[in-house]
Design a protein around this ligand. Structure first.
Ligand code: PMP
Length: 418
């Protein structure tokens, strides 16, 4: 089987007919070498802590870049109070849990973290359960809640972790944010499946646009289904008090399942499920990841607890983030670049062609600007874009330099749509 490296994507290596695992690994290795020889970067290495300015480089000389690649939206990975809380966590409790939650690895700081995140959403500790990553939160929750008589109905743009969670169940996708298509699936599924669970993101990770949550909620209830919202890119950023995409809809206490991560706004690692107490109890004691895998260590738990407090104690970070988002997006719009439908800290510059997108990424790197060119399979083949995440720690100078770079690149590559 021949794979054309010049057009191959990472997906082409998932299954190659007739090749065993070693052969697949070998050919994939050759593919990465080919990519490297042709000047494509894959997984750069950051040599400093997470920040809006990072030293980046492995084999090449390390250089300083303005970074738009992390989701450290409020800059909490470096917040002195978060760091201090993490240090205190280690000093008080040590470094690890050394057991799975069900058999001795559930500590008071886990309970404290569950209390903190649940009360952040106006709930009680019994209505929250934590996981080691946001990815596991989605995949484990869906895996245990849905079985083969059930159906997951997904907005097609939901995160990979949601797709992974649906391996044991029936799955149907509807075109992104398309309410008519969703209604049709709900209508057809109403009597055919036992549990119908619609899964959407609050903020979509590649476009930065938001879901029409109120409309979707109404449809879900009309057809006797349930709703799960993954709001990892909304919490801490959107909503009157930073409770995320759902807050301004007034449905925070009505959505059946809310999932989130501690790896973005909260500057750390882990994830959480917010749901009613029986559902949470079921996930807590039935999910294989809770039974057979250790959970969040002390320093992470105590660091996150402080970060959650800071959302209310230091709202200036959210204000600064929004100042940056509005300034930068206006700058890109003024250049005629296509930022799509973003309403969040995720800002795409939509280009379309994957090769030109790669070139833009490289030209930005040459100018000391680190972004993520996103191509298929993360987005549709003709919808490639350079994706940037804004943070509260970007300075005006970083944004101006980046806008100037885009202006120059546009003169050469004509990427403006307007
Ligand atoms: N959901 C969405 C929408 C995401 O973008 C991500 C991370 N990229 C996750 C879940 C998984 O979160 P984590 O990286 O914390 O595992």
């Amino acid at each position: 089987m021949n794979i054309n490296f010049s057009t191959a994507t990472f997906k082409d290596f998932e299954n190659i007919p007739g090749m065993n695992m070693m052969e697949r690994a070998d050919i994939y290795y050759d593919f990465l070498e080919y990519m490297k020889e042709n000047g494509h970067r894959y997984r750069l290495q950051n040599n400093t802590g997470c920040s809006s300015v990072m030293e980046v480089g492995a084999e090449e000389v390390t250089k300083e870049f303005i970074s738009f690649v992390t989701s450290d939206y409020l800059g909490f990975t470096q917040h002195p109070k978060v760091k201090q809380a993490a240090i205190e966590g280690i000093e008080k409790y040590g470094t690890g849990t050394a057991a799975t939650p069900l058999i001795g690895g559930y500590y008071s700081y886990h309970k404290d973290l569950e209390s903190k995140i649940s009360s952040f959403f106006g709930r009680t500790q019994e209505e929250a359960v934590i996981f080691t990553t946001g990815y596991t939160t989605n995949s484990a929750t869906l895996q245990i809640l849905l079985q083969k008589e059930d159906i997951a109905i997904l907005d097609m743009a939901v995160h990979a972790s949601v797709y992974e969670g649906c391996i044991l169940t029936n799955r149907k996708t509807f075109p992104h944010n398309n309410l008519d298509a969703l209604e049709q699936i709900l209508k057809k599924s109403e009597n055919e499946f036992r549990t119908k669970l619609v899964v959407i993101d609050g903020v979509y990770s590649q476009d930065g646009d938001i879901a029409p949550i109120e409309e979707i909620y109404k449809l879900v209830k009309k057809y006797n289904a349930y709703l799960m919202v993954d709001d990892v890119h909304g919490v801490g950023i959107l909503g009157k008090t930073g409770r995320g995409t759902i807050e301004n809809t007034g449905l925070l206490d009505k959505i059946d399942i809310i999932t989130g991560t501690f790896s973005k706004t909260f500057g750390n690692l882990g994830g959480y499920v917010i749901a009613n107490k029986t559902l949470v109890n079921f996930i807590r004691f039935q999910s294989r990841q809770q039974i057979f895998s250790a959970t969040t260590p002390p320093s992470i738990s105590t660091g996150i607890i402080k970060a959650i407090d800071l959302i209310d104690e230091e709202p200036q970070w959210r204000s600064k983030l929004w100042e940056n988002i509005n300034y930068f997006k206006k700058g890109l719009d003024d250049l005629g670049l296509d930022t799509g439908t973003t309403c969040s800290a995720v800002i795409p510059v939509k280009i379309g062609d994957p090769h030109i997108t790669g070139d833009v990424g490289k030209m930005l790197l040459d100018r000391g600007i680190y972004t993520n060119p996103i191509i298929y399979p993360a987005v549709a083949r003709k919808d490639a874009r350079v994706r940037m995440s804004m943070t509260a720690t970007h300075e005006r100078d970083h944004l101006d330099k980046t806008l100037n770079a885009f202006e120059d690149i546009n003169k050469k590559l004509h990427i403006a749509k307007k």
